[in-house]
Design a protein around this ligand. Structure first.
Ligand code: ADP
Ligand code: MG
Length: 736
């Protein structure tokens, strides 16, 4: 028989259970099986002592089935036949009765088959009295010994003695029991000749970690809690380390790639733009700009993530980078997630540039450039001229939505891609745009207003350098946020409209945000929340306000189902102060910038996520006037939805809110939809909790990859890295 290795087929150790294991978890090899770690350990001595109980106590105990008896009976309430299974089990010291009720014969006989004499299981539930002893009714049950596990003759205390002090329970399925997996794993541990060691010895020593085989032994069959902890520590570090080696390699490859250095020129567009900027850059903007211009001048592609609060002035920073590239003879593309945003960027960039953007036009400055706009709804003529300007190089800056990604969009010399509000954009789309650059890859700047915790940035965006704008430009007034709880205070809604009216009378404008567009059941991506009717809708609320509480004010609806020219028209009117109250869906979530808007009312606020509420709120308080945000909710006091809304009202610190947001989402969501489950390679490591581990692993990985870029001296690590790269995870990490 050939030696069992990490890559041996699962069948070798799992036998007839192999197809079931493959079906349940996708494992094909012994190595994959061995990385199926227990999800729970039960300490034999830690279970409840039955000697000291009161009725109603919650207990957990390991026990062995001594006797079980099935009793069919007539359910008095339904008149149907039902099944009662009475089981007597023994713990190390006591016996107790378990009673299970089942309504179908199918489940009853399945249960009876699991409660066979000699089966061992973990039971937990509330105790009651039955005859003269303790009883559990329908306890939660985890059977960890199979039908063949304990021979009749072994019944009794000897079986408990034979049990390890820590009983391991594996992630299992209805048809694949924990003990079946355990059996295969124990066989694998016994048979495998060599366990690959992806951690270099000096790394292990420096971080005081046990070796690979010991770690596997101790995670699967520890003799003590200490062993289990040591194993977990080592394996967690390993997960972080392998991921970080992939990312360090990726960063190194990027550094090795050649890109056109874009050094600009004196008295170019950038210098002239700076000279006429109506405000001074904040220290943060200065510093981040310097980092970016430094990157652009270097001979390899920039790959930078720029994060900053809503309103922190990212766009100006990005525009300066674009001008530097135009000054160097290249072009820049600015990719926006929505049409409204693309249009707004086009308006504000054109306005900021003035005659510098009037290239080829009468009154344009000498060597001015052109700013082209390309969206899905551009008319045929506008589209043709935008395509032409991009292809000829006449347009130094091309702004657009995903329409920019279409194949026929060509650039003369694409030097920089700026992606606004990254979280709305797919990674493939970003990659598609980068491919348009031709021979040398473009520099890439990704902007986000959703603060990303350091650990997530290090793991998910590990191949991006990050810059952060942490201060808001002067003149930003604070936003006061108040919850309007309709469940308890229905009359407050009148007060809401009175406040809106006051703002408008003071010369300001307001947003009203709703989760739904209207009656129509069709839903668009911009909507949030569930399909439940009863949520406030733009098309219902806008006319109601205009003829009711806001009678006399200029109220306009805005949502994603309107034709693009209508949307643009409404936005333009709102920006120009010709609309008082904009009733919209979350189309206004990102980037919309109207300095005179001071109040926002968000309906069904509990339907939005924490970060989303924060983003929305960032639309007001931009022009030096105090902002007001009213979060209207019908969620009951004390409900999680209501708490979320309350948390947003309590702080305007985006980083704190994003932490809260992440805590409420599952880890898989943070890493991306495809990252949960078995292929991510992250089983023990939490990108949210294990900041310290990730930071240490990153430093160690960086050092190693620097010294040995091909990992020539670490074949096991090379194989692990290869495996990770092959999974979707690596795919995701590389494109992020
Ligand atoms: P972000 O994209 O980060 O949300 P923007 O770039 O849209 O923020 O900036 C918000 C507003 O602040 C814009 O009107 C912009 O012109 C203005 N702004 C940017 N930088 C400054 C500054 N240093 N001083 C004053 N206003 C600024
Ligand atoms: Mg912006």
């Amino acid at each position: 028989m050939p030696a069992v290795t990490w890559d041996s087929k699962l069948r070798v150790v799992a036998g007839s259970a192999a197809p079931k294991i493959e079906k349940a978890f996708g494992y094909l090899t012994v190595g994959e099986l061995l990385t199926h770690y227990p999800r729970r350990y039960v300490e034999k001595g830690s279970v409840s002592d039955l000697g000291d109980l009161t009725i109603g106590d919650q207990i957990t105990c390991v026990a062995m089935v001594l006797r079980s008896e099935q009793r069919p009976y007539q359910d008095k309430r339904t008149g149907r036949r039902a099944y009662r299974l009475e089981v007597t089990v023994a713990t190390e010291r006591d016996t107790l009765t378990l009673t299970f009720f089942d309504r179908t014969q199918h489940t009853a006989s399945w249960r009876a088959s699991r409660m066979k004499k000699g089966s061992m299981a973990l039971f937990s539930g509330k105790v009651g009295r039955f005859r003269d002893g303790w009883q559990l009714v329908n306890p939660q049950t985890e059977v960890f010994e199979g039908d063949d596990a304990v021979e009749e003759a072994d019944l009794g205390l000897a079986a408990f003695d034979a049990m390890p002090d820590l009983v391991t329970l594996y992630p299992a399925t209805a048809s694949l029991h924990s003990w079946q997996i355990q059996k295969a794993i124990h066989l694998a541990l016994a048979m495998i000749e060599e366990v690959p060691e992806p951690l270099p010895e000096d790394v292990r020593r420096r971080h005081d970690l046990v070796d690979a085989r010991t770690a596997l032994e101790w995670i699967h069959r520890p003799d003590s809690v200490e062993q289990r902890r040591a194993a977990e520590e080592r394996l967690r570090f390993q997960e972080a380390f392998v991921t970080q080696v992939v990312l360090a390699g990726r960063r190194q490859e990027l550094r090795a790639l050649a890109a056109e250095p874009r050094t600009g020129r004196p008295d170019g567009l950038l210098d002239r733009f700076d000279a006429r900027l109506p405000f001074t850059l904040t220290a943060g903007q200065e510093q981040v700009s310097a980092e970016i211009l430094g990157d652009l001048a270097a001979g390899h592609p920039m790959h930078r993530l720029l994060q900053g609060e809503v309103g922190s002035g990212k766009t100006v920073v990005a525009l300066r980078a674009m001008l530097r590239v135009v000054d160097s003879g290249g072009q820049a593309a600015l990719l926006a997630p929505t049409e409204v945003l693309a249009q707004q960027h086009h308006r504000s960039v054109t306005a900021l540039l003035g005659d510098l953007a009037a290239g080829g036009m009468l009154g344009g400055a000498a060597d001015a450039t052109t700013v082209a706009l390309l969206t899905g709804s551009s008319g045929a003529a506008a589209r043709r001229s935008a395509l032409l300007d991009a292809a000829s190089g006449a347009a130094g800056i091309v702004i657009g939505t995903h329409a920019l990604l279409e194949e026929r969009v060509q650039f003369a010399d694409l030097g920089l891609v700026v992606v606004d509000e990254q979280h709305r954009f797919g990674v493939e789309q970003r990659a598609a745009l980068a491919e348009k650059a031709g021979v040398t890859p473009p520099h890439v700047l990704v902007m986000t207003a959703t603060p990303i915790p350091r650990t997530v940035a290090m793991t998910v965006f590990g191949d991006l350098e990050t810059s952060t704008l942490s201060e808001l430009p002067g003149g930003r007034a604070p936003i006061q946020t108040t919850v309007v709880p309709l469940a308890e205070q229905p009359a407050w809604i009148d007060r809401v409209w009175a406040r809106v009216r006051e703002e408008v009378e003071a010369g300001r404008q307001c947003y009203v945000v709703c989760p739904r567009i209207g009656d129509d059941a069709r839903r668009t991506g911009e909507e949030t929340g569930s399909d439940e009717a009863g949520l406030t809708a733009v098309e219902e609320l806008a006319p109601m306000l205009a003829t009711g509480p806001l009678d006399g004010l200029r109220v306009e609806p805005l949502h994603g189902r309107q034709p693009a020219d209508r949307k643009e028209h409404t936005m333009r009117d709102f920006a120009a102060g010709r609309v008082d109250v904009l009733v919209s869906t979350t189309v206004i979530e990102v980037g919309v910038d109207v300095a005179n808007a001071t109040a926002m009312v968000i309906f069904d606020a509990d339907r939005f996520g924490v970060s989303q509420l924060h983003q929305l709120r960032g639309r007001v308080g931009r022009g030096g006037h105090a902002g007001l945000c009213l979060l209207v909710t019908s969620a009951e006091q004390g409900s999680p939805a209501r708490e979320r809304v309350g948390a947003v009202a309590a702080t305007t610190d985006g980083f704190e809110l994003s932490r809260l947001d992440l805590e409420q989402r599952r880890e898989g969501d943070v890493l991306g939809a495809s990252q949960s489950g078995t292929r991510s390679g992250l089983r023990l490591l939490s990108v949210l909790r294990d900041e310290d581990v990730i930071a240490r692993a990153r430093a160690a990985a960086e050092t190693l990859v620097e010294a040995d870029p091909t990992l020539g001296e670490q074949p096991d690590l090379r194989a692990a890295v290869q495996r990770l790269r092959e999974t979707e995870q690596a795919d995701f990490l590389e494109k992020a």
